[in-house]
Design a protein around this ligand. Structure first.
Ligand SMILES: Cc1cc2nc3c(=O)[nH]c(=O)nc-3n(C[C@H](O)[C@H](O)[C@H](O)COP(=O)(O)OP(=O)(O)OC[C@H]3O[C@@H](n4cnc5c(N)ncnc54)[C@H](O)[C@@H]3O)c2cc1C
Length: 349
């Protein structure tokens, strides 16, 4: 997309969310007077003007948030604030989405990182704490929970890193199409799983997981942080609806099929899922069922990635628990899941 730094405008009005207000420059959307609803445009808004004076930027208050405390979010008032048009007038949304798409990748990567941190803390705690005569990590049911969390964490990392690779290789048409379809899928699914994951990892520490003091507060902080990645940069429904938009372009569905092809022939349930995906896409290509589609496509892509990147114990357990069956509560892996191998792989060296 060609970006031009264009005409200078004065912005007036209230902005309800304005994060990181200490930055030197911002991109904001605002309506150009006289263009009506079609005039939503993108502007570059510097804190300091070219003549060295400060731009008018009135920070009215900082938001009091559930988590995400290290990132200040404010409400601001623009009052004749100077800003430069970026791109064409009226094309603000596509213009800012060029950046927003990257931050959706960040949401998926950030959530995967938080999952891995929460898992490491849970593994460490359960390896040290004994209850009912054994270390927690040796208790069969805790093994099931930890192994299940490890599976989820590995699948989240595989999907977010695959998306990152597609972003890195945008010059290739297959990768560009994949990035288009995997962005809403990864943002939707990984961030949705993140909150459930954080709760379960926190529970592995028992009461100490819930308290904030004494250096034990990291799981609680991760738990409070998780939902924001699902909400900002387009909440879950917006991602599911964006997936529908992406799939309306026939070549995107073909790119997805091409990505899944190498995973064929390794697990019967995954083969069935890949076979039925075109029907699922047709069947669930309605707004009301878009989340079902986003979930199913996400799980299929995660399984296909694990077929290539993970040991067979991980791939098999993922397909058994998430593709052959519907996964709900963590710690419900079947008897043949090989939980020791899954935990050993996830254990920090
Ligand atoms: C901590 C934090 C920091 C933020 N920082 C910034 C910032 O710096 N700059 C900035 O511009 N914004 C910022 N935001 C705003 C954020 O991007 C939005 O809050 C978010 O994208 C959701 O939009 P909304 O609040 O307008 O919710 P709404 O659009 O009102 O959505 C509310 C709910 O309705 C659902 N929904 C919306 N439309 C549909 C539909 N058609 N069909 C079905 N469901 C629908 C959504 O999925 C959501 O669940 C921040 C938000 C937070 C929480």
């Amino acid at each position: 997309m060609g970006v031009t730094r264009g005409e200078r405008y004065r912005l007036t009005g209230h902005k309800w969310f304005f994060s990181a207000p200490m930055c030197d420059a911002f991109l904001v959307l605002a309506y150009v007077e006289g263009m009506g609803e079609g005039g939503l445009s993108c502007f570059f808004l510097p804190r300091v003007l070219p003549d060295g004076t400060r731009n008018t930027l009135r920070i009215q208050r900082l938001k009091d948030k559930l988590g995400n405390q290290a990132n200040a979010s404010s409400e601001v008032e623009f009052d004749g604030t100077l800003a430069w048009l970026v791109g064409e007038p009226g094309r603000g949304v596509p213009q800012i989405l060029a950046m927003g798409t990257m931050t959706r990748l960040d949401c998926a990567l950030g959530t995967s990182g938080l999952m891995r941190q929460a898992l490491s803390i849970a593994l460490h705690h359960t390896a040290e704490r004994s209850a009912f005569g054994k270390r927690l990590i040796e208790q069969p049911l805790m093994k099931n929970v930890l192994a299940d969390l490890a599976l989820e964490s590995e699948a989240a990392i595989a999907l977010s890193m695959r998306l990152a690779r597609a972003f890195d290789q945008q010059g290739d048409e297959q990768q560009r199409l994949l990035a288009r379809v995997l962005t809403p899928i990864a943002k939707f699914w990984i961030t949705k799983r993140g909150s459930l994951f954080a709760q379960e990892a926190m529970e592995c520490l028992g009461g100490n997981g819930y308290v904030e003091e004494g250096g034990e507060g990291i799981p609680a902080r991760i738990y409070r942080e998780m939902p924001v990645n699902s909400i900002w940069e387009g909440a879950g429904n917006i991602m599911a609806l964006d997936l529908l938009r992406a799939l309306r372009k026939g070549d995107v569905a073909a790119a997805l099929a091409h990505e899944l092809a190498p995973a064929r022939g390794q697990h019967a349930a995954l083969d069935r899922m890949i076979d039925t995906l075109p029907t699922l896409i047709d069947h669930h290509a309605t707004e009301a069922t878009a989340r079902t589609l986003a979930r199913d496509v996400a799980l299929t892509v995660q399984a296909a990635l694990l077929a290539q990147t993970a040991p067979s114990a991980v791939f098999g357990a993922f397909c058994d628990s998430r593709i052959a069956q519907r996964h709900d509560v963590f710690g419900t892996l079947g008897a043949g899941a090989g939980v020791d191998a899954l935990i050993a792989r996830a254990m920090p060296a």
